[in-house]
Design a binder for this molecule. Sequence first.
Ligand code: ZN
Length: 222
Amino acid sequence: MYTSHRPKIPKKGVDRSTICEHDCRSSRRKVFIVHENKRRPRWLLLTVFLLGPLAVIAALSVPSGADSLPNVDATHLADSNTHTYCNTASVTQTGATWYAMTTLRDTTDMTILSVTCNSNTDVQWEESNLSGTLRGSTLCLNTYSSGACNRFRVRLDITQINIGSWDWYDLRKTAVHELGHTTGLGHYQTITNAMKSGSVNGTALAWRRYEAHDVWHLNNDY
Ligand SMILES: [Zn+2]
C-alpha cells in the first residue's frame, strides 16, 4: 500500500481469535438479550450473576488455534482491503499470479491493483529455488507499528510444484494459498480448500478457493 493509506487495524480493535467464536446465530441471540425488555425471572438473574464470570474466563482462555485465524504469523495482517501487487522479473508463470489475485478479488470483498514493484507494494511475486521441498513461501518485508504488513514477498518454487501430478492445478493452488497468507489466513487442514497445506490430489476447484469461514473473516475484518 501507499503510505497515504492509513494502516488497517482489525475492526474496533477486536481480537480476531475472539471474533471466531461468534457465528451469526449467537451474535443475534446476544443482541436480542441485550435489547430484551421483559422482566427476567430471579433464578435467571442469579444464574447469570454466578456463571457470568466463569463464561468470561472461558471465553478468554479459548486457544487461538480453535480457528483458522489468526494466521501462522498473527502480527502480519494486510494493511488494507486493497492489495497492490506486482510480478518481479523472475516470474514466468504470470498466469498463476494473475489467477491468485483475481481469485482474491472475485471471491472476497478485497480489491486488487496492479502496480510497478516499489517499496510499498503489498504483494511482490517472485519465483525462486526455495529450501528443501517448499513449494511456496510468504514473508512480510516490513510492518507498520500496528502490526499490519506494508509489503509481502511471495515466492513460488516452480520446480517443486511441478513434481508429481496436476502441476497446473497445484501451481494455481499454491499461488492462491500463499496469497491467503498475506491476508492473515492460516492453514485450514480439515477440508479441501486453498489454505490446506500440501500439494493438490486432484483438479477440484475447492483446492483453489478459500473456505467460506475464511472468506467471512476477510470480508468482516478488512
Ligand atoms: Zn502455508
